[in-house]
Ligand binder design. Structure first.
Ligand SMILES: Cc1cc2nc3c(=O)[nH]c(=O)nc-3n(C[C@H](O)[C@H](O)[C@H](O)COP(=O)(O)OP(=O)(O)OC[C@H]3O[C@@H](n4cnc5c(N)ncnc54)[C@H](O)[C@@H]3O)c2cc1C
Length: 373
């Protein structure tokens, strides 16, 4: 039975980033990935600049689109576009980006994690091919995580469903403009992100509303030809432990997905980096416990996500009330500037909402405080 310090389940952004961080520290690890090297992940691929800080130096350069303009269309009735003099967001193609993140890693493709057993000092990890032992087990196996199910960690699941199609075109017009579509579905939004030879067009909404009324929303604002694929996203639903003893979850396996935008790549990579540091520390000090990770997550993501969740409860249901504030140049510009600094600061926005003098926002804030929190 082969023994490793760390076995990581899943080679997406979370698992690959844990792997890269452990590799940098010369810690022996193995990534088990059920898929092959070509990954066709349903995803819009919008990533904030903060992602670059999370990557080791040799991986900081990757193929990406740079977006400096944002256009919002509110149900075909109102719209606005704001352009900054610098990019505020990047766009990647997941097949290429995930392959980039996996560069040089000790990764077994086409091997599926089945289960684990706690042994005296180690964990034995079963796959469809063999059994390994490891000091620590990392679940980075994304939405529907088997490690989450078997370990009992990350129970606060809150699903949305997203639909996406890739519309191929010879000439990409407005290649640096991200388009958002509000009010085309209930409790969700639509997007159009230009890529090198296609547009990623999609929409998403909370599972219940997607199934009832939002499926096919994408056709309301973009009739371009492309196969529409539907995929779930497991949103953050509140603070809860993601580490217990020698097992921990990173990324979407632990529901670490922004509850306002449903973006999961940056939180996946940030949580991965935090977890790798905790693992390194534990190995250095002969500890068998990853509890420290829970505290780091609350500090680095929990507070931001709490504010993001409260803002989402105000933003999506009460859009008709606050639409003029949302589509104003100043709000759009503030949001873009905030994103361009690395990752949007929801805490700052939440404090602004609390202090606002704008009557519709005051009413929305009051309603959320009274009925939704
Ligand atoms: C329609 C849509 C649009 C999106 N758009 C964006 C966006 O623009 N920006 C953004 O930041 N996020 C976006 N997301 C979310 C983002 O795709 C995910 O949150 C992100 O991929 C999570 O990364 P991860 O590494 O945690 O999990 P994943 O990327 O899901 O990786 C998990 C890996 O684990 C492997 N795995 C699973 N089970 C097993 C097993 N039993 N054994 C071995 N391997 C296993 C999988 O094959 C996979 O490679 C979108 C999602 C959807 C559905």
């Amino acid at each position: 039975m082969k023994n490793y310090s760390v076995i990581i389940i899943g080679g997406g952004p979370a698992g690959a980033t844990v792997g890269q961080c452990l590799k940098e520290k010369n810690i022996d690890y193995l990534i088990i990935e059920k898929g092959g090297s070509y990954r066709d992940k349903v995803c819009a691929g919008g990533i904030p600049h903060g992602v670059i800080d999370l990557l080791p130096d040799n991986l900081k350069n990757f193929e990406k689109m740079e977006y400096d303009a944002l256009s919002i269309d509110f149900g075909g009735k109102l719209s606005n576009t704001v352009k900054l003099n610098k990019p505020f967001l990047y766009g990647v193609e997941r097949t290429k980006f995930d392959l980039h993140l996996r560069k040089g890693l000790n990764l077994h493709y086409n091997e599926k994690f089945i289960g684990f057993n706690n042994e005296k000092n180690n964990i034995s990890v079963r796959t469809n091919k063999t059994t390994y032992t490891a000091k620590f087990l990392v679940g980075a196996d994304g939405v529907g995580s088997r490690v989450s199910i078997l370990s009992g960690l990350a129970r606060k699941k809150r699903f949305i469903l997203g639909e996406e199609k890739e519309v191929f075109q010879k000439n990409i017009t407005e290649p640096s403009t991200v388009k958002l579509f509000l009010r085309y579905n209930y409790l969700g939004y639509g997007w159009l992100l230009p890529k090198q030879n296609h547009y990623s067009v999609g929409s998403g909404a909370l599972q219940k509303y997607f199934l009832n009324s939002s499926k096919g929303t994408v056709e309301k604002f973009d009739k371009g030809k492309g196969e529409t694929k539907i995929y779930p996203i497991s949103l953050w639903g509140g603070e809860e432990p993601l580490a217990n003893g020698q097992i921990a979850l990173a990324g979407e396996a632990g529901n670490l997905v922004d509850p306002f935008t449903a973006a999961g790549i940056y939180p996946a990579m940030l949580s991965a980096k935090l977890l790798a540091a905790v693992i390194e520390n534990a190995l250095r000090n002969g500890k068998s416990d990853l509890q420290e990770y829970n505290k780091l997550l609350i500090n680095e993501l929990g507070e931001e996500f709490n504010c993001a969740l409260l803002l989402s409860k105000m933003f999506y249901p009460l859009l008709p009330l606050i639409k003029n504030v949302i589509i104003s140049k100043s709000t759009m510009q503030q949001a873009m500037e905030s994103v361009s600094s690395g990752y949007i600061s929801y805490k700052t926005f939440y404090m602004k909402v609390q202090r606002t003098k704008k009557i519709p926002v005051k009413i929305a804030y009051f309603l959320v405080q009274k009925f939704a929190s």
